[in-house]
Write a protein that binds this ligand. Structure first.
Ligand code: COA
Length: 235
């Protein structure tokens, strides 16, 4: 049914934004920020608590990004407004790696990159507030803003085949679920298979990232990439 807030028709077709793009307002007490030495211990505890995989120290060493880093690690911070002096609490996190895609033989040197989601998790009491979606969006925007050599072509993740909720969560955010299960992907889990979920990074993502970069706020992610800063303040 049409509503007064729908986008105007283009050539008679009413554009329907994808489901994942229909954002409800996020709580103003939430911000998304790169993982720093001070938030790393809480970020590490959160990942250890919520995901069934044990990551090595190197993984957390990579969480603190440098100018040449191929890792994007962000955390969601909850600010307790009732006690203004209190430290924000880490309530969610995402860590991604930028993987080069080999250039096709037809155009050598034109390789692009994939953004690989290594971890994504929100503490249970803070779920269904948009934290996971905000982390995902912010990681894609950060990867675009860093401006890797060939540009980010797509974003993908392995999801444990038994984690149907997560597979569906990605599917509702326009990720395609690849039909084949990657057999034996998880050595220590039963069942051991993984589903691959993948979404192309398109023009809309680039436009959103550009808009964010234009409204830079110093300091929030000055450590990422080529010094480009973007604000991921919610509200
Ligand atoms: C998967 C997971 C990260 C999702 O986190 P989350 O913070 O609850 O995610 P969101 O709040 O963005 O989305 C959940 C629901 O909240 C709703 N929501 C509420 N406010 C919202 C907002 N402002 N923006 C977007 N969604 C919002 C959405 O409708 C969404 O439901 P939908 O999927 O039907 O659209 C979380 O369930 C989790 O940590 N699971 C355990 C770890 C895991 O499985 N990780 C994934 C494998 S790597």
């Amino acid at each position: 049914m049409a509503s007064a807030t729908q986008n105007p028709p283009i050539n008679g077709i009413i554009p329907t934004p994808p489901q994942w793009a229909k954002k409800k307002p996020l709580p103003q007490t939430l911000t998304i920020a790169p993982v720093t030495p001070s938030t790393l211990p809480a970020y590490r505890r959160l990942i250890t608590l919520l995901l069934p995989i044990r990551y090595p120290d190197k993984f957390y060493h990579d969480s603190i990004q440098t100018a040449t880093s191929c890792t994007i690690a962000l955390c969601a911070l909850w600010h307790d407004t009732s006690t203004p002096a209190s430290e924000p609490v880490v309530v969610g996190g995402i860590q991604c790696r930028v993987d080069p895609i080999p250039a096709p033989p037809s155009s050598p040197g034109k390789g692009q990159e994939s953004l690989y989601i290594q971890t994504l998790a929100t503490l249970a009491p803070y779920r269904y507030l948009g934290v996971g979606s905000a982390l995902l969006e912010a990681a894609i925007e950060a990867a675009i803003a860093i401006d890797y050599a060939g540009g980010i072509r797509d974003v993908y993740a392995h999801v444990w085949e038994a984690n149907e909720d997560a597979v569906e969560w990605y599917a509702r955010r326009a990720f395609a679920v690849e039909p084949e299960v990657v057999v034996g992907y998880y050595r220590k889990l039963r069942p051991r298979g993984a589903r691959v979920v993948r979404r192309r990074v398109g023009v809309e993502d680039h436009l959103r990232a550009t808009r964010k970069t234009e409204t830079e706020v110093d300091g929030i992610n000055g450590s990422i990439g080529k010094g480009k800063a973007a604000s991921w303040e919610m509200g």
